[in-house]
Write a protein that binds this ligand. Sequence first.
Ligand code: C2O
Ligand code: CU
Length: 527
Amino acid sequence: MAVACVSRMSRRGFLAAGAGLGVAATSVAAGVRGGMLLTPGQPGRLLPSAAPPPPAFRTPLPIPAVLAPLRSDAEADYYEIVQCETDLAILPGLRTPAWTYGGSFPGPTIRARAGRKSVVRHRNELPHPVVVHLHGGHTPADSDGYPMDVILPRGATAVPSAHHGGHGAPPIAHAVSHGERDYHYPNNQRAATLWYHDHRHGFTGPAVWRGLAGFHLITDDEEAALPLPTGERDIPLLIADRSFAEDGSFAYPQADPALRVAGVTDAYMNGVLGDVVLVNGAPWPRLEVDPLRYRFRLLNGSNARRYRLALDPPPPGGGGLAQIGSDGGLLERPVTHDTVDLSPGERVDLVVDFARYRPGTRVRLRNEFGAGRTAEVMRFDLTGPAGRDDTAVPERLTRIAALDPSTAVAVRTFHFQLREHGWAINGRLYAPGEPLARPKLGTVEIWRFLTDFHHPVHVHLDPFQVIGRNNRAPGRFDAGWKDTVDLRPAEAVEVAVRFTDYPGPFMLHCHNLEHEDMAMMADFVTE
Ligand code: C2O
Ligand code: CU
């Protein structure tokens, strides 16, 4: 699956890059004016592919390569990732030019140990500015991927000008890098499935759609001591829908195809839904499995699509999906499900015991929120016969200290709503440098999220605990430490959050990437 990372700068040239600098969501509004449609029950609109969809369950599931450090010392491992355009082979007989981390989609997986730093040097050989965010990372502000802290393309000299994200936002100082930047990740946090992806203000949707996403997995002693499946039976699965033009390239309804102006065309304001479901970059792949337990780290890396995942057939007796973790790592105890809901940005860690099936069974992973081809995700083909399985799903996985809401020093409300000029939080379009909150480090706060539409709400820096949903108990998928929580239209979710360290500006935003690019983001500053 490794494809040579050939820079295509010369072919595309710098024109788009230069023109794109410094222009961001100034005209977010264009797409919203004239009244857009809210489609009940749908987080977006389907973009039909012009290329014929490939057959399902032919391509073997690719597993992203684990990145080797360039060097290591007593405290840290040092990596380098070159961001470059690469032709991927996704559809039969066609090439898909992609923006990649190191030549593959997903990018290489970084495997880190809690408490041991990763320093990742990103080199930008793409024709556009980029920003890298480690989603779920407990990361100091200067390495968190603030949306204005771009890495300019190698060789580009223009510096983004003062940018107006909202209305007349004053210019603030941005840490612009030229050609490359080192991101420092302390990894000082629990074992968890994190991912890294682009986060440039106004252009995250098209950048991730074109391939800028990868896994960053943290393990720790507590997790390593559990008898969970490991090695080849611990598999990250990035699920993402995409659409393709006739020539095999990714199709995306950017209002300005030259990427000078942020946002999609009016019809796709609610979100862009693809009609080809990729898992680790392959369309509807298949994986041969032994009749043993497997751990699957599921990530919804889609721009807008929500999934309701189910095994078909279910194992005898049901409850085939044993959830052991969520965004922020292990749950206290496993929870068994027949279906698992996953909104963009969320992760869920599942153990599936294929010994519950007869050898030779073909088990499809279905998406009950999909229709037609998007109702399929991938297939597991059981080989046999059953071998000895020395793994287990223990009844007790970890301890989670509950944040006590009665100790909260502040209650803040964030309304995620469509406004005349874009997707807004508390009536405001994203304005870099104008924080909506200034939480004190070390204190507990209650944050209430209210929505008009489907919005997967994501908070940077520290995970939170869901304490209530619609004035009731948390929902089936709200357990454990979360950093992204799915809200459906007219829902209200209350979370308890405590930012433990690292002062500075961080973000709170909708993880529907079209909403995010069209201004549904806010700064908060920890102090
Ligand atoms: Cu996954 Cu602020 O993003
Ligand atoms: Cu949203």
